[in-house]
Design a protein around this ligand. Structure first.
Ligand code: HEC
Ligand code: HEC
Length: 314
């Protein structure tokens, strides 16, 4: 678009000054640090297994290492960050160092600050995190699970690795004008079990299946919840494969898959026809989920409305 076309010749000279003042004001306002209060730390339970629970969630369910591992080829590696995500809405976001290093990692953070970052999308100082960090879905991670994750991160051996962010002007302006952290919320635990209710929780708020498998829409690229898990025919450029339709549609989804087919696909990385599933789909980590958790996810996927999606495989 040629902006100059819209300006009368005499106004051109004034534009840079006006733009500078505008941006200056925005930058000043930008200290509008978020008002999201810190969550309350739940009382520890008897026989607290929360670090182990946190490790299970981080490594096998949410697979935080898919983004935060310093070694892109090894999501199980040290979570020292650095992986770059670029798009025109945000500039360059780099996955943070989640190890306990006091200077460059989260060593100095409280558990409550970590939980707030993960669920509400704000840094320790209250500034908004780039929405590459999937707080859109982690927002409803239960208090118990979110604190378990925080406690596990605090046990990670420190790795010194400075990670810098390079937000562009669009993201900076967006943060002032319309991008907001997710509101404060206390989330009770969904009782674990091989049922659809627990599967809904895992699929959307812990395992990020919904983050990858739901198409996005509009300028802000918000998930299109009317097509939840219906597959993404036009994924972002950095996706090496198109996320499949996980609804029970029998033509374009997984309507014909039995529970055994589903578990086998996640455990072996092969669909029922024997086609390999690209490891960008984090099955090599997800396969370590318990049978009950995978059954819960399958049970939930069966409850979705079958949605036809043109333009993905099959
Ligand atoms: C899709 C990629 C992705 C996934 C998956 C992901 N993150 Fe992030 N995360 C990011 C990016 C990118 C940032 C940096 C955003 C910024 O600074 O604006 C970030 C920032 C953070 C921060 C803020 C740290 C700081 O120093 O400001 C925390 C805490 C965090 N992530 C924890 C987690 C945890 C725990 C998980 C798994 C439960 C996870 N993330 C999964 C991409 C991801
Ligand atoms: C990082 C993004 C990402 C996440 C997270 C993710 N997937 Fe996927 N998934 C994909 C992509 C991309 C494909 C397509 C792979 C291919 O075509 O080889 C896929 C394929 C699949 C398939 C194969 C479907 C078919 O028709 O062959 C299943 C089943 C599946 N995912 C289930 C899940 C479940 C369940 C979760 C959560 C526990 C999940 N995925 C999380 C990206 C993801």
């Amino acid at each position: 678009m040629d902006a100059a076309r819209f300006l009368r010749p005499s106004a051109r000279g004034r534009v840079p000054a006006a733009a500078t003042i505008f941006l200056f004001t925005l930058t000043a306002l930008r200290c509008g640090h978020s008002q999201v209060p810190l969550p309350r730390v739940p009382a520890p339970e008897a026989g607290d297994a929360s670090v182990a629970r946190g490790e299970y969630l981080v490594r096998n369910v949410a697979v935080c290492g898919g983004c935060h591992s310093a070694d892109a080829k090894n999501p199980d590696g040290a979570l020292a960050g650095g992986k770059e995500f670029r798009n025109w809405r945000i500039g360059v976001a780099r996955a943070s160092n989640l190890t306990s290093d006091a200077d460059t990692g989260i060593g100095g953070w409280t558990d409550a600050e970590l939980v707030r970052a993960i669920r509400n999308g704000v840094r320790r100082d209250g500034r908004l995190l780039a929405p590459v960090m999937p707080y859109e879905w982690f927002h409803e991670l239960s208090d118990a699970d979110a604190f378990a994750i925080a406690r596990y991160l605090k046990t990670l051996p420190p790795v010194r690795a400075e990670v810098r962010q390079s937000p562009n002007v669009i993201f900076r302006i967006g943060k002032v004008l319309f991008l907001r952290p997710k509101p404060e919320l206390a989330v009770a635990s969904t009782p674990a079990g091989a049922n659809a209710a627990y599967g809904a929780y895992l699929t959307q708020h812990a395992a990020l299946c919904a983050e990858c498998h739901t198409p996005r829409t509009g300028l802000l690229q918000k998930p299109d919840r009317s097509r939840l898990l219906a597959g993404v025919p036009k994924p972002p450029a950095d996706f090496p494969a198109r996320p499949s339709n996980l609804t029970p549609d029998s033509e374009t989804g997984i309507g014909r898959w039995s529970e055994a087919d589903f578990l086998r696909a996640i455990r072996t990385g092969k669909d029922p026809e024997g086609n390999a599933i690209h490891p960008f789909m984090p099955w090599p980590e997800l396969k370590r989920m318990t049978d009950d958790d995978l059954r819960a996810i399958y049970a939930y996927l069966r409850t979705l409305p079958p949605t036809h999606t043109a333009g993905i495989d099959e």
